[in-house]
Design a protein around this ligand. Structure first.
Ligand code: 3PG
Length: 211
């Protein structure tokens, strides 16, 4: 199975902000217990690289990637620490070319037709659609899939269990991304059971919607 087939199968890539690398392994295990085997650790905090490293080493069943990657330096640091994929809020040619050159799946953020054309020209057919709610949500994705039928989207930003179905029922949506299954407060409170429950609920909705 290819990387993107696996992403489609899971249907959700949680967006994770960690303030303490000690939370990385219990969080990865909580997500796995809820049926989610992908996670994106964002380079918004100091401990991102260390968190990726510890998950890559101690929770091999989890496919851990790096998010909020906005430079080649960050992409290289993430991959050196065990990141299996790169997600970016926007499209930077350098990051995409570096990732492709190193055989690392990369999902850059694209919301306009021109950005999507650029992504296609760089050899990609899966892009992040961020911030999804601000840029027109599923309505925009439907409109963009008319000219870009070969492109699959990862809508992120304002996606939650409330609107998950709308996104996942669309054939152009590869998977959805979001932070609601592992909110900052739940991580800070070590509420791993809640994170597992929210993950399981999301996975259930995704499976039901697709069947
Ligand atoms: C992201 O970087 O993808 C978003 O911050 C996640 O958006 P959400 O917090 O609305 O899920």
């Amino acid at each position: 199975m290819t990387f993107f087939e696996k992403v489609y199968n899971t249907g959700i890539v949680p967006v994770v902000v960690l303030n303490n690398a000690d939370d990385a392994v219990p969080l990865a295990k909580a997500l796995l217990k809820g049926g989610i085997d992908f996670m994106e650790i964002t380079f918004r905090t100091e401990c991102a690289a260390e968190s990726i490293a510890v998950i890559a080493k101690e929770v091999p069943e989890m496919t851990v990637g790096a998010g909020t990657v906005i430079s080649v330096e960050q992409a290289a640091l993430a991959v050196k620490n065990g990141a299996k994929f790169i997600v970016s809020p926007g499209l930077d040619d350098g990051v995409v070319i570096w990732a492709k050159g190193n055989n690392i799946p990369v999902i850059p953020g694209c919301v306009t037709p021109s950005e999507i054309i650029k992504a296609i020209s760089l050899g990609l057919n899966v892009v992040k659609f961020f911030p999804a709610d601000v840029f027109g949500g599923i309505k925009a994705i439907k409109a963009l899939s008319a000219p870009f039928g070969q492109v699959k989207f990862l809508p992120t930003g304002g996606v939650s269990e409330a609107n998950l179905k709308d996104f996942i029922s669309n054939k152009s949506v590869a998977a959805i991304g979001g932070s609601w299954v592992c909110k900052k407060d739940d991580i800070a409170n070590h509420d791993w059971d809640k994170i597992t429950a929210l993950s399981a609920e999301a996975v259930k909705i995704i499976k039901e919607t697709r069947s």
